[in-house]
Unconditional design. Sequence first.
Length: 196
Amino acid sequence: MISRNLEIINNLEKFRVMGRDDIIDLHFSNLKDPVTQCNRTMKRLIQGGYVIANKDHRKYIYLPRNGIKYNSLKIPHFLSIVRFYIEINFYEKPKEFIVEPKYKKGFMEPDIFMIWKSSPFFVEIQRNIYSKKTIGSKLKRYENYYNCEKWKNEYWQPKNKKVFPTIWFITQHQYNLNAEFRIIQTKNAKEILKQA
């Protein structure tokens, strides 16, 4: 199997689901006819049993063979994550990008942990507006992790200085959030560059 096909399969496993245009942006954007090349490649991967196509959308959505369900309600959420990844790649490729990392019970459940522009981030992709109570509960779990100081022993920590990740909310609605650590709220990646 050629390396690009393996990269596509690996990205589908990483992101759980990708739209055709996401696959083009990540794997075919440098080709003369990216749509045709992508469609041919994905057809071969389907025929080979490596991926599944959800044809309920005008532009197909692709899933790994052993991943989320074909009609999962989380598909729009995971598509938002891959689009965010594509957006930040435009400015700089993250050194680390983990979708839905798992932490101990009582701690946060971020959509993404990443190291981008030499800084660690926990990213929350907010597709809906949440109540003050729900956001407060989410923030409390981050505070629990911050206060336990386990983050100081993470593999990605710099040797000389321990850094708690910035909490980055991608949201169309601004929340009133206060904490001992840095929190930013933007509508997209472009806005964070304006704040830098």
